[in-house]
Design a protein around this ligand. Structure first.
Ligand code: PLP
Length: 380
């Protein structure tokens, strides 16, 4: 595992030491070349660089920062979170078995269902935050156990260390989607995950202007990681250098942004928990959340930027309330500096999401403004 001597704030702010050594710039430049030179003797001028599909310095710099933040053995970037997730599922052979947490990001669930059906892979969906249920699912051999912590939009907290034990007993690797808890908040590999995935589109970039995904592993020599690395190299799911550079710029402020976003989310959760127009608030930072104690152990610096609110009056009231919001943008996605709200039932009407649920991604605005906006919207 990659142990930097520095704390994550320092790694992030200094881009893990990346500078423009050739031009003496304090920030690194962008390497846009798609191909690299050979000398008159036909030898590569830089032995580690042949072609842009996998040999880009800017991408490697961004990967190095994330690798250090995650404390990982190796890290690879992908052009989206879904491309990263798909790369993990593709390590399972035809006829294999996957245990998938239920009630997670709908895009992963839907993709996994389609993929496993096509590949004749057995797919068992289970509430992994219930360790008895996960233990039962892991009593049969499996190849991959996929969990999401905290889960989107149910905000369930799964015990990563316990899930790792159960997955390994089933002969499976444990992959954790940590999108809602970036590496400066939870290092899933340190709790026993084999692979951690993030949609870097969200808080890791943080400015709602880059699509990216990232995978980090505990063992770069493992069969699963070797397959993932080969697949990225050969099949070419490569992030562009401009996106990698923007990502590096975003990551510099990740710890600061997360601190503010989590503090805002906590204040909003506490405010809405006693609001007379609200039926329930799901946020692991609330003491009565079933995953509160576990989240306290697994997360540092707060409980994240995502929360779900079930408003009184069901779908009609929820849609009316978001129609009245003026600061929260009505849009899908998470993790930007600006606050977003989404009525998830409209997106996934058959997955059991309560019709009155609003998922919030809390940004870095002033907390008084955010609370005033929510209050006027709920009161109507
Ligand atoms: N995982 C989670 C938890 C997500 O919320 C998302 C996107 O919303 C993804 C994965 C997919 O990431 P991307 O949109 O970067 O493909």
């Amino acid at each position: 595992m990659n142990k930097s001597p520095f704390k994550s704030e320092t790694i992030a702010a200094q881009a893990a030491g990346a500078v423009d050594a050739a031009g003496a710039g304090v920030v690194p430049g962008i390497q846009p070349a798609t191909t690299f030179l050979r000398g008159p003797d036909n030898a590569l001028l830089r032995g580690d660089k042949i072609y842009g599909r996998d040999d880009n310095d800017t991408v490697r710099q961004a990967e190095e920062i994330l690798n250090q933040l995650e404390g990982a053995a190796a890290t690879l970037l992908f052009p989206s979170g879904m491309a990263a997730a798909a790369a993990v599922f593709r390590t399972v052979s035809n006829g294999g078995r996957v245990v998938l947490q239920s009630g997670i990001y709908w895009g992963v669930t839907k993709w996994a269902q389609d993929f496993c059906a096509r590949r004749d892979i057995m797919l068992d969906q289970v509430d992994a935050s219930d360790l008895d249920a996960l233990s039962t699912a892991c009593a049969q051999p499996a190849d991959l156990v996929w969990i999401e912590v905290p889960s989107n939009p149910w905000l369930k907290i799964t015990d990563i260390a316990a899930a790792s034990d159960l997955a390994h007993r089933a002969g499976a690797i444990l992959a954790v989607d940590g999108t809602a808890a970036p590496p400066t908040m939870t290092q899933a590999l340190q709790f026993g995950a084999d692979i951690v995935m993030h949609s870097a589109t969200k808080a890791i970039n943080g400015h709602t202007d880059v699509l990216a995904g990232v995978l980090s592993c505990a063992d770069a020599g493992s069969a699963a990681w070797q397959a993932i690395a080969l697949d990225r190299h050969d099949a070419g799911a490569i992030i562009g250098p401009f996106e990698a550079w923007l990502l590096m710029r975003g990551i510099r402020t990740l710890p600061l942004r997360l601190e503010r976003m989590s503090a805002n989310a906590q204040a909003i959760a506490e405010y809405l928990a006693t609001h007379d127009r609200v039926e329930a608030v799901w946020y692991p930072g609330l003491r009565d959340h079933p995953g509160y104690e576990l989240a306290k152990r697994q997360m540092q610096g707060g409980f994240g930027y995502m929360l779900s609110v079930v408003v009184n009056g069901g779908e009609t009231a929820a849609l009316a309330a978001i129609g009245r919001l003026s600061l929260f943008h009505r849009a899908t996605s998470l993790g930007g500096v600006e606050s977003l709200v989404e009525h998830r039932h409209s997106i996934e009407p058959h997955s059991g999401i309560p019709p009155g649920l609003l998922r919030l991604s809390v940004g870095i605005e002033h907390i008084d403004d955010l609370i005033a906006d929510l209050d006027q919207a709920l009161r109507g």
